[in-house]
Design a protein around this ligand. Structure first.
Ligand SMILES: Cc1ncc(COP(=O)(O)O)c(C=O)c1O
Length: 351
């Protein structure tokens, strides 16, 4: 037998399901409808044989993106989705057998990467009613902590952190020279940001993705934002041509269309409001999140509803094995039109 790293042997992965193209997708916090076709057609006109023959160059995208969010060019780096950014940051700032603190449940790739890299994951659980005690996070940070992760708004659950909470966590982490990653994958659905903290503190990095509001999950484009020194470490560690040219081109072009970005924000906001109202009218309990998703407590078994939605209407939602979330389905939110379709199917399947 060939040698295999023991961390890989110990890691069990659950991969996203395949064959979703022909389905109505409300299961992975994507935009159920995607970007306007005219925009996509327009961008594709720039794909020429020469464009394909050149290795990807990040700089033009980074210049535009850093101007767009109002930071310096030296403060940003693009990655192959936040998926890759998570790997890089844990590789660079994690230490073997030392702690990475996250809340639990949270985005699972944090603990998956901890396992792969041999880092010790320290999950801080929510209370049974899905509230979170910040003191428990503070208590978990100690001399063995190398990284603390705060997903804001968190996925799943959808809760957010206040200024004073983040500041207490960042200050405690700084005391032990630990990095705080603020994962803002759901920024724009929720406009409060802790971006200014990357300049206020030495130990904070913020991450954003183009997969959610910008509706380009297929491109794989994520961004890490931080002080020059921290970003230099990421540059050193990353793969040379990490982000492909299609992602950089689409990323650049959407930044040229602030009107389109505003329309995407407004469309999701209205769709979510519509859905919450209709759920209320139909006596559903739900947990509104600050991201582009809602947790709906189904009237009949959540797993049965999820199966029915798929079998009868080709609608995908996310149901959980996790005890705390077992009674819910998580549903991505999009335009009113997309949500009308979903609600019609839900009301037929959950009675
Ligand atoms: C909180 C959070 N972080 C990171 C990611 C990964 O994003 P990307 O598509 O950029 O890899 C996701 C994806 O769902 C997420 O929910």
């Amino acid at each position: 037998m060939v040698y295999v790293n023991e961390n890989i042997l110990k890691t069990k992965r659950v991969f996203p399901r395949q064959n979703r193209y022909h389905c109505h997708r409300y299961d992975m916090n994507e935009n159920p409808e995607g970007l306007p076709k005219e925009f996509v057609d327009e961008v594709l006109k720039e794909v020429t044989p020469q464009f394909l023959s050149i290795y990807p160059e990040q700089d033009r995208f980074l210049k535009k993106y850093s101007d767009f969010i109002g930071v310096g060019f030296e403060n940003v780096i693009a990655t192959n989705g936040l998926d890759m950014a998570i790997r890089y940051l844990l590789e660079i700032f994690g230490e073997k057998n030392k702690n990475v603190v996250t809340v639990s449940p949270s985005f699972e790739m944090y603990w998956v990467n901890c396992n792969i890299l041999g880092l010790k994951h320290v999950p801080v659980p929510y209370n049974d009613d899905l509230t979170l005690d910040i003191n428990k996070i503070l208590d978990a940070i100690n001399e063995d902590t190398r990284v603390v992760v705060l997903v804001n708004p968190n996925n799943p659950v959808g809760n957010v952190y206040s200024n004073s909470e983040i500041e207490a966590i960042v200050t405690k982490a700084a005391k032990y020279n630990a990095l705080v990653i603020v994962d803002e994958a759901y920024h724009y659905f929720y406009d409060k940001t802790f971006l200014n903290h990357v300049f206020k503190y030495d130990n904070v990095l913020v991450m954003r993705t183009f997969s959610k509001l910008f509706s380009m999950a297929a491109c794989r484009l994520g961004v890490v934002i931080g002080n020059k020194k921290l970003i230099e470490y990421v540059k050193t560690a990353r793969l040379t041509f990490d982000v492909n040219s299609f992602a950089l081109l689409f990323g650049e072009k959407i930044l040229d269309h602030p009107d389109l970005i505003d329309r995407l924000i407004e469309s999701e906001r209205k769709g979510k409001e519509y859905t919450l109202n209709l759920l209320k009218e139909n006596n559903y309990k739900c947990m509104e999140s600050k991201g582009n998703f809602i947790f709906i407590e189904t009237k009949t078994d959540a797993h049965v509803v999820s199966d029915k939605l798929e079998k009868e209407y080709n609608v995908l939602v996310h149901a959980y094995g996790n005890e705390m979330l077992r009674k819910y389905i998580r549903v991505s939110t999009g335009s009113i039109e997309a949500m009308k379709f979903f609600m019609d199917c839900l009301l037929k399947c959950d009675k």
